[in-house]
Design a protein around this ligand. Structure first.
Ligand code: SF4
Length: 190
């Protein structure tokens, strides 16, 4: 719970074969076109274009553990500008747990959504062509690797993605991330 923006967060996790997830939910060309229109495109090391095809990162693993967090503000009609404050505490704890799983089981975490957590806003080294300051922590998002997050949330988690309107936040926000691995089964909640 964030003391300044009150919300509840529910987490959901599913595992399925990585090849099945890719066959059903990857639409690389269409999603890449969305990424190219984003102001972050090419301006953060967590965003495309990537030096290496991200498919090489996940194609080698057998299982996809996917995690969704549904974040519901206690107050209705908050301004859209509050989205970052609502999402940040959940992103921090989820990314920390994903990286811990990556260290424990191997595999590759996918976590980056929106602005990077690890440097002050607007200070990414990428626009200057300098290396990332925290490559041990920054991971790309599933969207950046061509996965359709709207269909992932609706078909695998039963959560419809909601968008803000007229400057207000929707009823809830949804984060999706995951770990591609070869460890058989990895539990999200132990
Ligand atoms: S950790 Fe810093 S340098 Fe690396 S992607 Fe994030 S903002 Fe950029």
């Amino acid at each position: 719970m964030n003391a300044s923006v009150r919300y509840t967060a529910e987490e959901f996790a599913v595992e399925l074969p990585a090849a099945e997830y890719a066959a059903r939910f990857r639409d690389a060309e269409r999603i890449a076109a969305y990424c190219r229109r984003c102001p972050n495109y090419g301006r953060s090391w967590g965003c495309p274009p990537f030096a290496k095809d991200p498919a090489e990162e996940w194609l080698r693993y057998g299982t996809a553990l996917l995690v969704a967090a549904k974040i519901t503000p206690r107050e209705e009609g908050l301004p859209l500008a509050e989205a970052g404050r609502l999402l940040r505490p959940e992103r921090i704890q989820i990314e920390r747990r994903l990286l811990a799983l990556e260290r424990r089981y191997g595999g590759r975490a996918f976590s980056y959504v929106g602005s990077c957590l690890y440097c002050p806003e607007g200070s990414c080294t990428r626009p200057e062509g300098l290396p990332c300051r925290h490559p041990d922590r920054v991971r790309p998002s599933l969207e950046a690797c061509g996965f359709d997050i709207g269909r992932t949330t609706s078909e695998l988690f039963g959560i419809e993605l909601k968008w803000g309107a007229e400057g207000k936040l929707p009823e809830y926000l949804t984060l999706v991330c995951g770990l591609f691995h070869d460890a058989g089964h990895v539990a999200w909640k132990e």
